[in-house]
Design a protein around this ligand. Sequence first.
Ligand code: FDA
Length: 301
Amino acid sequence: MSAFNTILSRALPLVPRPIVRRVSRRYIAGDCLEDAARVVRGVNERGFMATLDVLGESVRSRPLVESAVHEYLESLRSIEEHGLDSNISVKLTQIGLRIDRDLCLESMIRVAESARERGNFIRIDMEDSDCTDGTLELFVELKRRGFDNVGVVLQAYMRRSLADVRSLPEGSSVRLCKGIYIEPRSIAYRDRSVVRKNFVRLLEEMLDRRFYVGIATHDEDLVWESMRLIDQRGLSRDGYEFQMLLGVDEPLRDLIGRDGHRLRVYVPYGANWYAYSLRRLKENPQIAGYILADLLSRSRG
Ligand code: FDA
């Protein structure tokens, strides 16, 4: 990223919300489930799977937890009704992790049961490091209760992730990503090349432990390394998948698909778009250009 882009990505919270909204449109399917279902259909028509995410996090009130659970149940119903090839991704702080662990577990069980009845699957997103223990404990508890249709996420920037891989049950379903939250150096690697090396190391360890891995990256170097490992181990196409975010590097998505690998697109939707949009814009190497173009088009219009 250029110095100017880096400065702007740090100053993003100062950018007015309407501008953030406009320049982050590419990352979000829309405000409602119908928008998301339409986008998932398009993704499926291009030969990719999807995972639906109801935007929202750090919920502090029980009624908001209930409405998030309701929306997830509706999204599972809609996926089945429309015959879509999609699972769902859930953030535990949206369904009570920061309020009460039992509420969160109970909410997850409701969603996981509905998914199981429909032959569907839930990925538990990983949030900031305050949530890592709670998220992994809840995942293991769900496995203990027989929910094999639930998977979790590990982040390559976390120093603890290798130990976490080794502590999870063999054969777990895990999405591997770099990690997006701002963490202190004491718990997360800051050097981008170390994060990359750790990504490959974790992937190797996961494959050794027969995990089903969702390889979630747009970093072509890591895609290449992953394909090397897949090839070396002679993995069958249904033994792993690549994952990418809606609105990011579609040409790379097509290239991975063209080589016959399965790929899943993360499709977020809903009214709580702000925090997610900031995270995505922060990672966009062309962020300054987008914001300037938006400002110029408004001043001319
Ligand atoms: P990197 O950031 O280096 O990007 C590689 C290249 O991709 C960039 O050079 C650029 O060209 C392009 N690119 C990346 N982001 C872009 C953007 N926003 N706009 C335009 N271009 C962009 N994190 C987490 O902490 N918990 C989680 O649960 C998840 N879940 C998740 C699911 C899926 C499907 C993906 C793909 C990612 C996540 N992440 C996540 C986010 C992840 O941790 C990471 O922050 C991003 O994927 C960016 O890292 P890359 O590996 O893509 O590399």
